[in-house]
Design a protein around this ligand. Structure first.
Ligand code: NAP
Length: 299
């Protein structure tokens, strides 16, 4: 299938990850079409074709006609639309569908509170697998990115770094390792899949830009800002407790508490998506970045 993917449709192009993915696709020379819902108020970059379509199989089959590949990177509010996107892509003769993971992949042992969210996401993944068996022209890929590190550090001070106030909360010893993929790494991961379609067919690929820990990030933030940060000490066991309590009470905020708990739970390495050698970073052309690169991006 190599060199046969030129025309690429993307759902969710204006989102947190859709924006850098769309930019990376355009930069890499793909002919990009954005597919969006009729009610979308999103603003899209000039010069890219935009198709507004109801998210039904019939409408989307027409919208995707002539595309070589399609990507879903819609947000959590639209996850149930993913099945229609996959079915329409197969029906329209799209050769590769990049299913909506951009998370932790199929094998991640999440806290049980995430089961319902996980089940909803897996429906479209399973449908893509089934269609690839039934339809020899249709293939799929999932992209597992782990922690979207520069975006998450900037957006969520609960990850331990308040980039506005130069304060840090170091959980436990601050030594728990995890992997992260930057926004530019996420964009490159999609480009990499579409440029290496044979090597990435019908599987989840593992992306990463860095493997690090809080202490290393704190040192990097201090170097790039040229000042000492005020450091507080936290315990991820407190986040586990508060997240589970909020979930039980039907309150918001539990997702972030438990995500940060999973990231830094001491001694588990549970958020290392893959070692550099075992990952697909080289295959996909994602460069390894330093903690200082990440700190600069987060600032
Ligand atoms: N690994 C992680 O920690 C992590 C973190 C964040 C996100 N993610 C995952 O990455 C993927 C993309 O997330 P994101 O944060 O980039 O998404 P997002 O910014 O919240 O939304 C992306 C796009 O989805 C579409 N959308 C939103 N609400 C919709 C609705 N109700 N109905 C139909 N379409 C809707 C919109 O596109 P249009 O306006 O064009 O329709 C929006 O621009 C998701 O699978 C998410 O779970 C993972």
């Amino acid at each position: 299938m190599a060199d046969r993917i030129k025309k690429v449709a993307i759902f969710g192009a204006s989102g947190n990850f859709g924006t850098p993915i769309t930019a990376a696709l355009v930069k890499a020379g793909f002919e990009v079409t954005i597919v969006t819902r009729p009610s979308s108020k999103s603003i899209f970059p000039n010069g890219i074709q935009v198709i507004r379509s109801e998210y039904t199989v019939a409408h989307l089959t027409a919208a995707l006609a002539g595309q070589d590949a399609a990507i879903s990177v819609v947000g959590p509010a639209a996850i149930t639309s993913n099945v229609a996107m996959v079915e329409a892509a197969a029906e329209a003769g799209v050769k590769r569908f990049i299913v909506n993971d951009f998370g932790w992949g199929p094998d991640f042992a999440s806290e049980p509170e995430f089961a319902a969210i996980g089940d909803t996401r897996h429906v479209a993944w399973d449908r893509a697998k089934q269609l690839a068996i039934e339809n020899t022209g249709f293939t799929w890929t999932g992209i597992t990115i782990g922690n979207p590190i520069d975006w998450a550090l900037k957006r969520f001070p609960l990850m331990g770094f308040d980039v506005k106030d130069y304060t840090a909360t170091i959980y436990d010893e601050g030594t728990e390792q995890f992997t992260g993929t930057t926004l530019s790494g996420i964009g490159q991961s999609v480009v990499g899949v579409l440029k290496r379609p044979d090597a990435t067919a019908n599987r989840f690929v593992k992306a990463r830009s860095i493997q690090t820990c809080q202490n290393e990030l704190l040192a990097a933030f201090q170097i790039v800002t040229g000042r000492r940060w005020e450091v507080h000490v936290g315990k991820v066991s407190d986040l586990r407790e508060s997240g589970k309590q909020k979930h039980q009470d039907g309150a918001g905020g539990w997702v972030l508490d438990l995500l940060v708990f999973q990231l830094f739970e001491p001694g588990k390495g549970r958020c290392i998506v893959a070692s550099h050698e075992d990952s697909d970073a080289t295959l996909l052309g994602i460069p390894e970045e330093t903690a200082e690169d990440i700190a600069l991006k987060a600032l």
